[in-house]
Design a protein around this ligand. Structure first.
Ligand SMILES: Cc1cc2nc3c(=O)[nH]c(=O)nc-3n(C[C@H](O)[C@H](O)[C@H](O)COP(=O)(O)O)c2cc1C
Length: 315
């Protein structure tokens, strides 16, 4: 996720919440001009992750490209580095990205999309997947997009069940995930508004998708993969008291592991505080007085004050 899943974040999650199966880098914008170097690619992926065979297996590299960008150069470097998994972003709704014919825009231009997919597939021998939305303006060419993607040799599709024009409005419509499962013969990963363990179970049952990808809920509950495993163990039930108990326990683990990783790369305390505040939006939602708790964290004037609130919250 852009602005979140950099290397320190992914390492902190790998260490603290090993129940997650897979992590993605945020998207690397393939440059149109200028040099593309191995150093740039490794920095985006994270060199410590690259040098750890176990972490590498769990980390996928996402790119966002346009018809004019230097896709070949980036893909050739990924191939030479033997990166296992490359994911192409066809979901980004940003006006700037779309005006350069990248992200979700490509779902409305199949000729350009096919060229990009063929280009990547002919150069990359590892696992190649795409992350898409239902369409750009509407769902008119949804099934054609899916078939084009499958025919290009893409090995799995993650579908955020909204169109680009819907941005984040309303609720993701999982009927499109079901439709995609029935349209193509490659694994379909369901995404969009999966917030709690029940949602994971429901989307599997309703759509028969292969697996799920979580965005905002992984920020709200970074230990959600563990909660889901507990939920399955308990036969499909988890009560609110348990959720709050786990939140109290893991909030500290979460921030402490992030702190250790940001310190490892020598981030300044002010930058760490800024990041911590940006992660705090929904982290306290299970508390009865979550708004006032969140306010305390967001108003912290120093990293020390933020951490004091954290330790006091645990009680
Ligand atoms: C802050 C933020 C950053 C995101 N960055 C990316 C990204 O880099 N690549 C990507 O494929 N999707 C990105 N997304 C979209 C999510 O992966 C996901 O498709 C979307 O949030 C819907 O799923 P959710 O309801 O689980 O959040 C981002 C979303 C948010 C909120």
């Amino acid at each position: 996720m852009e602005g979140i899943t950099d290397e320190p974040y992914r390492i902190a999650m790998l260490k603290s919440f090993p129940e997650w199966d897979q992590f993605f880098t945020d998207f690397l914008r393939v440059p149109t001009v200028g040099k593309v170097t191995e150093k740039m690619i490794l920095e985006h992926y994270g060199e410590r992750i690259y040098n750890s065979p176990d972490w590498r297996k769990k980390n996928s590299f996402q790119i966002l490209t346009t018809p004019r960008a230097q896709t070949e150069l980036v893909v050739d470097i990924l191939e030479s580095l033997k990166i296992d998994h490359l994911d192409l972003n066809l979901g980004c709704p940003s006006k700037k990205v779309n005006s350069h014919y990248g992200g979700a825009y490509l779902l409305s231009n199949h000729e350009a999309l096919k060229k990009i997919l063929d280009n990547i597939r002919s150069r990359f021998t590892g696992h190649f997947t795409v992350k898409m939305r239902v369409g750009y303006r509407d769902d008119k060419n949804f099934s054609e997009s899916l078939k084009l993607i499958e025919d290009a040799g893409v090995e799995a599709v993650t579908l955020h069940a909204r169109t680009r024009d819907q941005l984040y409005k309303g609720v993701a419509d999982w009927k499109y995930i079901k439709e995609a499962v029935e349209t193509i013969n490659i694994p379909l990963i369901g995404n969009g508004d999966i917030w709690v363990a029940d949602d994971i179970e429901n989307i599997f049952n309703e759509t028969k998708c292969h697996s799920v990808m979580l965005g905002r809920s992984a920020l709200k509950t970074p230990w959600l993969a563990k909660i889901y495993k507990d939920y399955l163990f308990e036969g499909g039930y988890i009560d609110d008291t348990y959720l709050l108990y786990e939140r109290k326990k893991y909030l500290e683990v979460y921030f402490e592991s992030l702190l250790a990783e940001y310190r490892e790369v020598e981030w300044h305390d002010n930058l760490i505080l800024k990041r911590f505040k940006s992660f705090s939006r929904n982290l306290f939602d299970d508390y009865e007085d979550f708004e006032s708790i969140r306010g305390l964290f967001l108003r912290s004037e120093s990293l020390g004050e933020f951490l004091d609130h954290l330790y006091r919250l645990k009680g």
